[in-house]
Design a protein around this ligand. Structure first.
Ligand SMILES: Cc1cc2nc3c(=O)[nH]c(=O)nc-3n(C[C@H](O)[C@H](O)[C@H](O)COP(=O)(O)OP(=O)(O)OC[C@H]3O[C@@H](n4cnc5c(N)ncnc54)[C@H](O)[C@@H]3O)c2cc1C
Ligand code: SF4
Length: 537
């Protein structure tokens, strides 16, 4: 029997692959979406609203460790990479929708200055940010900042009370000439009812545990159902791509080899292949296949965000009511605008600080509350009522000691080499973290608060890498000697291979990656559709 044949195979159904499948299917192309994981049902396979006592028996019978937890804790993978150096981490959720099931939804456009080291400009991506924000239903405030452009927003969610104290501190420092801004977060969570839109958020605050009512944008609840509705998408869930099949002369992808969870192995032919397996995994697939790497840069230019946390208390808020201002997940606000125009002489790049507060059931202050019985409850409530915490997201310096390659020994269940992630912090990274601690202390004190906790000292061991924000292993560029894909997201070497995840980022600012990942994937998918129509690939 001949292999099934599609115009495009998209591998990976996270934010990058989901949007590519939608745009291609909506353009009338026959698309196969290959996803290793299974469909997880909101409210059934994860259920943050369940009563822990009701869910315990069922969960224990399913082999789960305890009562309700989170999508991430229950389903993310462990031991799927080898870490080398300063304690790297790597997030992976094998499920339809990938890590969009557990993301917080923070959506920040990269600004004009952030694109100066890219081969494309902010103006090239701006129309796709517009489309992405409308499609994802992003809420936010129009702040008018130079390098964090406003977008197409639904009604903003206000900051919580202690976050307003941080804003007060920032305003006072700005009056003394400091360059910084404090704004409300922007998230892909609907706050307005819209025909055909998702359920409006009811502010339960469980976004990262998994949204039971499918309000938060995921790849599984928006682009994939819309793509299926076109009749042009065939979904192969619980199916892994295990090999890229190349033409004999190595110039073109002919198709892929797949392994289904029931053990069946089969092939799919395609006119074009889109890889959207995520930054680490896409690089790994190219290294395994030995393709698209005439530049030798696949796996190089790896970067992410890293940081430390500082918390403050505002005694002036002690007697306020413990009001129900849970809102969306913990972080409602953002310290930003640092070192945009004038770089800090001690480090390269900059950082932002996501800030949160409130009665959200975080572990943050529970362990520190003194007392027993009712006095413990009072102390716990008070600490949660008067605290704000500030978590740094610094852009990690790109250096030759940060990269991905293949582990010569460790293999996955298909016998394929696992990735190794090499992370070594440089002095610039340490200097940035020190500056962040000093700046956050300044903000808290300027607002009349006191610093409640901060890292004792800044050391390589104390820095925390964001294992979910990796970018840059297959970077975009005009020169095929120094980059992997061109400005259309198309491999320089293999004309019918395209990449639709954050591995193509040419440089990385302090802002979260996913909105830009979706905008660029949208752009790449549109360009691929045009090239296929014109028979250019
Ligand atoms: C707790 C948490 C909070 C986060 N919050 C934010 C946030 O607020 N803002 C933000 O911008 N980002 C956030 N992120 C990061 C964001 O989730 C990722 O940047 C994003 O999901 C990456 O998208 P992707 O499509 O590249 O990869 P993924 O989402 O990882 O999707 C890749 C998919 O490919 C599949 N796959 C891989 N290899 C194969 C193969 N060989 N065959 C078949 N399928 C394969 C995987 O199973 C997976 O489903 C957060 C992440 C986490 C975990
Ligand atoms: S706060 Fe809103 S988006 Fe987050 S889990 Fe609850 S309903 Fe979903």
């Amino acid at each position: 029997m001949p292999n099934p044949r599609f115009d495009v195979c998209v591998v990976g159904s996270g934010p990058g692959g989901g949007i590519a499948a939608y745009v291609l299917a909506a353009a009338g192309l026959k698309v196969a979406l290959i996803e290793m994981g299974r469909r997880l049902r909101p409210g059934a396979d994860y259920n943050a609203h369940a009563d822990p006592y009701d869910s315990l028996d069922r969960r224990l019978s399913q082999g789960k460790p305890g009562a309700i937890s989170s999508v991430w804790n229950d389903y993310s993978e462990r031991d799927h990479f080898t870490g080398v150096g300063d304690n790297p981490r790597h997030g992976q959720l094998r499920a339809l929708g990938g890590r969009s099931l557990c993301w917080a939804g923070h959506c920040l456009r990269f600004g004009p200055l952030d694109y100066t080291r890219w081969p494309i400009s902010y103006a090239d991506v701006a129309p796709y940010y517009d489309k992405a924000e409308r499609f994802m239903q992003v809420h936010g405030m129009k702040d008018g900042l130079s390098n964090l452009p406003d977008g197409v927003f639904e009604k903003a969610v206000p900051m919580r009370c202690p976050e307003r104290m941080l804003k007060l501190g920032v305003e006072r420092l700005k009056q003394k000439g400091r360059k910084m801004e404090f704004v409300a977060q922007r998230k892909a969570i609907p706050t307005e009812s819209r025909p055909g839109g998702r359920t409006v958020c009811h502010y339960c605050g469980h976004c990262m545990r998994g949204c039971d009512v499918d309000s938060k944008y995921t790849s599984a609840n928006t682009p994939i159902p819309k793509a299926l509705a076109t009749g042009n998408l065939k979904l192969f869930a619980e199916t892994a791509m295990t090999r890229v099949r190349m033409a004999k002369d190595g110039s073109r992808v002919e198709g892929i080899v797949c392994a289904a969870s029931d053990g069946a192995v089969f092939e799919i032919d395609c006119r074009a292949l889109v890889l959207a397996c995520s930054t680490i995994e896409t690089a790994r697939q190219l290294l395994i296949a030995g393709i698209a790497n005439s530049s030798g840069t696949v796996g190089k230019y790896l970067t992410s965000h890293f940081g430390v946390t500082v918390a403050g208390l505002f005694p002036g808020l002690k007697n306020r009511d413990a009001s129900n201002d849970d809102g969306t997940d913990y972080y409602h606000s953002l310290l930003t605008g640092l070192y945009w125009d004038k770089p800090n002489p001690n480090f390269e790049g900059t950082y932002q600080v996501q800030s949160g507060a409130g009665l959200h059931p975080t572990k943050l202050f529970i362990k520190d509350a003194p007392g027993w019985g009712s006095s413990f409850k009072r102390a716990l409530k008070e600490l949660n009522t008067i605290h704000a915490s500030m978590n740094m997201q610094g852009s990690l310096l790109i250096s030759s000691r940060k990269f991905v390659d293949l582990d010569p020994a460790a293999k996955d269940r298909y016998g394929l080499p696992l990735p190794r992630i090499h992370l070594h912090y440089e002095d610039s990274d340490l200097a940035m973290a020190r500056d962040m601690v000093a700046t956050c202390e300044e903000v808290i004190l300027a607002a009349g608060g006191e610093v409640y906790s901060k890292p004792r000292d800044i050391s390589r061991e104390g820095l925390v890498i964001d294992g979910n924000h990796w970018v840059g292993t297959c970077r975009m560029g005009r020169d095929k000697k120094t980059s992997v894909v061109n400005t259309d997201g198309q491999s320089h070497d293999v004309r019918n291979l395209f990449i639709c995840d954050a591995s193509v980022f040419a440089a990385y600012p302090e802002k979260n990656p996913t909105l830009t990942n979706v905008a660029l994937s949208w752009r790449t998918a549109e360009r691929l559709a045009t090239k296929l129509r014109r028979r250019e690939v």
